[in-house]
Design a protein around this ligand. Structure first.
Ligand code: ADP
Length: 594
């Protein structure tokens, strides 16, 4: 359309210019020709009139009415081949070369006669009804003895002039037509020269607009159009670079969005879920039908929705801790909500990033619990020590029996504190990554470790008259562990078995090979553990019956240390009740490669 417009405009302009110029020129030529011819004809007629006037005045006496006048005029007229008329000052026709003067009307009102009589020269162009053609009249006054006695009018037909005029006009019209044709041809050619590169540019621009950014236009016109084509090419190549940059950036973001471990959610400013990543699908159990639904239907948390609305209206990011219940499991998230600007219209969406901090919060809670428990555990013996020490100071010291009892209690409590602190220190050591990395893990034979541990505690179990049986595997087994730590495990388990088995009971320590694992069991015929406590006995400070276990000297940390060590070596441990009514502690450790 635009292309057609330029072509039409070019052609029309050309034709218009040619037509206007030629018409003006032609008109001027015609006007000049006409004026020039009429002027020279008038001058000619004037000369003729003056000659005739002289001739007539020679032949006339005083008046204009000699009988010969008409005849003389007719004769002279034949010689000059012009129409000659003579009138007196009143306008009466006295002689006429072509007509009978008597039959002619008064000429006093003829403009050329009137001006000739008053100014000395008159001329007019008029259509003659008598002759059926345009005539040129020139009149001068006839003087006799200094006075004007009449007027002489000489006239000639203008038909020759008009013939010439019409011939020139025809020639000019033909010239105008031919020139217009030529102008049309030239303008079409020119328009094509200009529009064809423009057509190419338009086609390429259209291709670029359609997304084919590698399209380029090649135009060699050496003018502004070539410059325009070059600019378009540069524009396209810049656009291509930018688009590929943006695409790369987008796919990078897409990759991050899809594969990050944090759950990501893209929402509209009205809270509808638009897009989610895999982590979000897994975390919130999102099904495809949920996309497009409101976040309250998907996550079902009013706090989150409120924060979302605030972020959308205030256009600023928000950070909130979100406690939620996903299919019965309590989860804690740190949620970062950020509005993504969408220009002035404010149609931007909102990104929500969910960091699962359930484990962190759990750990923090456990740590707080741990500190509270540790303080409590330390406070109990300390209170006892302080109390008994004060009682002693208050006078009980004087009673040897009481003093011995109280000091024994103080000693036992101090001993317990010592054990507690030892266990706490050991746990702290185990918790330290540096320490864990520092110890050597190597093939460790089980038998010597068990033998030393049983031996170390011999005094205790023999005192309680317990039987400790060792059932070694058929072949010597070595686990991938550290001998000191393994001994600590066996000591703790054996110590518990001794503590919670009444006098005269039975303890069996056995180990065997099961594929690439060593299965280790400490079994006792003791008091056992209530089933509901079994899952928690490996927790720090957890004791089944506080009073009783405290009496037995327990800290509630032994099994926690055991579990920690076993898991550090890549094994696992479980506690169960056995058929003897006692407890069976069983753990497995990977066997050392031979
Ligand atoms: P403690 O130092 O109090 O023994 P542990 O962590 O070693 O602490 O054990 C935690 C709790 O598990 C004990 O308080 C006790 O109630 C129970 N327990 C552990 N071993 C046995 C066992 N062999 N028989 C009965 N109860 C046990």
């Amino acid at each position: 359309m635009f292309n057609w417009g330029i072509r039409t405009r070019l052609i029309t302009s050309y034709l218009l210019v040619v037509a206007v110029v030629l018409t003006l020129l032609g008109s001027y030529i015609l006007w000049y020709f006409h004026r020039h011819t009429v002027d020279s004809l008038s001058a000619n007629l004037l000369t003729q009139a003056e000659v005739i006037s002289d001739l007539l005045t020679d032949k006339l006496d005083d008046s204009l009415e000699p009988p010969l006048l008409d005849a003389t005029v007719k004769e002279l007229s034949q010689r000059v081949n012009l129409r000659v008329t003579v009138v007196d000052t009143s306008g009466r026709v006295l002689a006429d070369s072509w007509e009978n003067p008597a039959a002619m009307e008064n000429h006093g009102q003829r403009p050329e006669i009137m001006t000739a009589l008053t100014t000395g020269y008159g001329s007019a162009t008029r259509y003659s009804a008598t002759l059926n053609e345009n005539m040129l009249y020139v009149a001068i006054p006839i003087r006799h003895g200094g006075a004007v006695i009449g007027a002489l009018r000489v006239s000639n037909t203008l038909s020759y002039v008009e013939e010439g005029f019409s011939q020139i006009r025809t020639v000019l019209l033909i010239a105008l037509f031919l020139t217009s044709l030529l102008a049309l041809a030239i303008s079409i050619g020119l328009a094509r020269t200009y529009t064809s590169p423009l057509e190419k540019i338009i086609a390429t621009a259209q291709e670029i607009a359609d997304g084919r950014l590698d399209s380029r236009v090649h135009v060699r016109t050496g003018d502004e159009i070539e410059l325009l084509a070059g600019t378009l090419n540069t524009l396209a190549s810049n656009l291509e670079d930018k688009v590929s940059e943006i695409t790369a950036e987008k796919s990078k973001l897409e990759l991050i969005f899809r594969h990050t471990n944090s759950a990501l959610m893209l929402l509209t400013r009205h809270g509808l879920v638009v897009d989610v990543n895999k982590a979000a699908i897994d975390t919130f159990h999102i099904t495809p039908v949920m996309l497009g639904q409101h976040n309250l239907q998907v996550i079902g948390n009013g706090l989150f929705d409120k924060a979302l609305q605030e972020a959308a209206t205030r256009r600023e990011s928000r950070l909130l801790d979100l406690k939620t219940d996903i299919q019965g499991v309590k989860r804690v998230f740190e949620v970062f909500i950020a509005p993504i600007s969408g220009g002035e219209t404010g149609t931007g969406s909102i990104l929500a990033v969910f960091h699962d901090i359930t484990a962190l919060r759990d750990m923090q809670e456990k740590q707080a619990d741990f500190v509270a428990n540790a303080s409590h555990e330390l406070a109990t013996p300390l209170t006892a020590i302080k109390g008994f020490a004060e009682t002693l100071l208050d006078g009980a010291l004087k009673d040897p029996g009481l003093s011995t009892r109280f000091i024994t209690i103080i000693h036992d409590e101090a001993d317990r504190m010592h054990r507690l602190i030892k266990d706490l220190l050991q746990l702290a050591k185990l918790d330290s990554q540096d320490y864990r990395h520092g110890i050597t893990v190597e093939p460790t034979l089980i038998e010597p470790v068990v033998a030393t541990a049983v031996n170390d505690l011999a005094a205790t179990w023999t005192q309680k008259q317990l039987t400790v049986a060792i059932h070694a595997a058929d072949e010597p087994l070595a686990v991938q562990a550290n001998a000191d730590w393994l001994k600590q495990v066996v000591l703790n388990l054996l110590d518990n078995a001794i503590k919670y088995t009444p006098a005269g009971g039975y303890i069996a320590i056995s180990w065997r090979k099961d594929r690439n694992q060593a299965i280790f069991t400490v079994e006792d015929s003791g008091i056992g553990i209530p089933a509901e406590d079994l899952p928690r006995i490996f927790d720090r400070f957890y004791r089944v019956d506080r009073a009783r276990t405290r009496a037995a000297g327990g800290t509630g940390l032994g099994l926690a240390i055991v579990k920690f060590i076993i898991e550090t070596f890549g094994g696992k441990i479980e506690a169960k009740n056995n058929s003897r009514g006692g407890t069976t502690m069983q753990f497995q450790l990977p066997l050392a490669a031979r």
